[in-house]
Ligand binder design. Sequence first.
Ligand code: CTP
Length: 228
Amino acid sequence: MFQTMRLVVVSGPTREWIDPVRYISNASSGRTGWELARAGLSRFASVLLISGPGEEQFRALHGAETRRVETTADMAEATAAAIGDDCLLIMAAAPADFRPSNPASSKIKKTQTDMLRLDLAPTTDILRSLIPRASGLQNLIRVGFAAETDNLLEYAAAKMKAKDLDFICANEVFRDQQGFGDRVNTIFLIDRAGNSKTIGPLKKSELAPALLDQIESAMPQLLQRNNS
Ligand code: CTP
């Protein structure tokens, strides 16, 4: 079913610079996205991995095209340029939601001030900016992630609706050592109708093919819905 489709996976954190030596980022390693891209190699016509600056080992993948990005704006631009018709987009990235509105061009010295206040401006919500009905694309299937510490299913459902996603993969972070960077995880895969399927706990390398299996089995209905 995936054989004629392209897979675009976006992974890892982004960096938003405060001054030339400091940035805002998060603990995403990029492993989940990398595992999904790897699991897609034997299933899709082509695979593109767009990666932010997570762990270096998860930024290259033999057999896939790769694109390295740094800021959320770079990631948004690379993702918009990569998607098209007959494409599965999986946003496994953890882009920074805010960026310093006036990054300093020289290193900020601690002797300059007693109190440092950072003004932050929102970055682009990448998934929200790529809603297919607005872009006119055919057969673009979009899957998001919701990594939460509380109210997992409630927050995930709200994100799915706000971003008009075909699926959202909800997972808890910072609990039982699962989530960011770790090897074992459980995902609750939620579809538009609100049905939820539990995948795991499994190693991320096993979770990725299991997740693609579930999405693949729903593909005929998804394509039919998106084309009607
Ligand atoms: N995402 C995105 N663009 C952003 C931030 C997030 O496309 N600027 C995507 C993520 O890759 C993920 C989904 O949106 O697939 C949900 O991301 P998450 O960080 O869980 O939620 P946010 O929408 O950023 O909301 P909040 O941080 O308030 O939980």
